[in-house]
Design a binder for this molecule. Structure first.
Ligand SMILES: [Zn+2]
Ligand SMILES: [Zn+2]
Length: 342
């Protein structure tokens, strides 16, 4: 079978590798579509393990199941994820499933989503594979994971009806946050980015106000928001300046959700005195867990959140290098999908 093997962002090769064999507890999926995630093109993060087959935002059809598998069968349309929480450790029991050590270290995919066939094993077979209803296309289903991560973040940020929400960084995850905040009844939604095309997308998908992160930011924000800063801020840009902006633009009693982080060892210098006095909550959100995927499937099925309007490029596996090139240029795309219509 063909697979897209990642060496670095500018070197993703289509190679011929064997179809993975399945054991009694495994499932074989014929991949139909797989999204290129922002984390796939974070070269410093990916290159450590290269060469490897990336791809974790996928849907496909079950083509074979091990003899112990009774809950899935051939021809099932499914979503699958490479890591799931163990549901047994203290972190899982306390509800911090993405802090679970198994979740963070075990990868149940072989080889990965950018391949014609994919073996899923371990606990992912049970809580990581979910059937997708007919109302969700294979292409839309590739958003179950990214939307799941966003829903997890929205839950952590506890957006209440009418609250103002500032999203810093309007790439795909920021735009999904804007869509979700709108669906959940936020008040004024403000999108912030340095790229004009992303601010246009923020407006299109639900932000009433868009701002660039310049010196007048807080006064412009107050002008647009009844004299107030933002009640909730979601940081979706992995930079020090984005985090600093968030910590400086949060209203009294507000919450900053750190959804994207700067590179390791990039430090943010903060005077926490105002946050301490003003009852500011700072939270983080990483990854998505089975609950988030269930919610994402329901929202997509019932069209509470639409995602087909965010797919800007669809390319065949043989063109995966081009897909990575497009995804690496933030001004030219939103979601890039690799399609495997074999
Ligand atoms: Zn992803
Ligand atoms: Zn656990």
């Amino acid at each position: 079978m063909k697979a897209g093997v990642y060496y670095k962002n500018t070197d993703v090769r289509v190679e011929e590798i064997p179809v993975p064999e399945i054991g009694d507890n495994d499932v074989l999926i014929k991949v139909k579509a797989c999204g290129i995630c922002g984390s796939d093109i974070m070269e410093w993060y990916r290159i450590k393990k290269a060469p490897l087959v990336l791809g974790h935002e996928l849907t496909g059809e079950v083509v074979d199941v091990g003899k112990n598998i009774v809950h899935l069968k051939k021809k099932d349309r499914v979503f699958a994820i490479h890591h799931v929480p163990c549901e047994e450790c203290i972190e899982c029991i306390k509800g911090h499933q993405s802090a679970c050590k198994s979740f963070q270290t075990i990868n149940n995919f072989s080889p990965g989503g950018f391949s014609e066939y994919l073996r899923v094993s371990g606990k992912s077979v049970y809580t990581g594979i979910m059937k997708i209803p007919d109302e969700i296309s294979y292409e839309e289903g590739t958003f179950i994971e990214p939307l799941g991560t966003v829903l997890r973040g929205q839950r952590a940020s506890e957006i209440r009806p009418g609250e103002s929400v500032l999203v810093i960084g309007c790439g795909l995850s920021g735009l999904l946050h804007i869509k979700c905040a709108k669906a959940l009844g936020a008040g004024l939604i403000i999108g912030c980015d340095i790229e004009d095309n992303r601010l246009e997308a923020a407006k299109k998908f639900g932000a009433e106000v868009t701002l660039k992160p310049d010196d007048d930011f807080n006064s412009l924000l107050r002008q647009k928001n009844n004299g107030r800063l933002a009640d909730k801020i979601i940081v979706c840009a992995g930079s020090v300046s984005a985090l600093e902006l968030a910590l400086n633009s949060i209203e009294r009693g507000g919450t900053v959700l750190i959804f994207a982080v700067p590179k390791p060892e990039e430090m943010v210098k903060v005077d926490f005195n105002p946050h301490w006095r003003n009852d500011i909550t700072i939270k983080t959100s990483y990854g998505s867990t089975p609950l988030d995927h269930i919610q994402a499937i329901d929202l997509l099925k019932n069209k509470r959140i639409t995602v087909d309007d965010m797919i800007t490029h669809q390319l065949p596996l043989t063109d995966i290098q081009n897909g990575f090139n497009i995804a690496c240029n933030p001004s030219g795309c939103l979601k890039v999908l690799i399609k495997l219509d074999n």
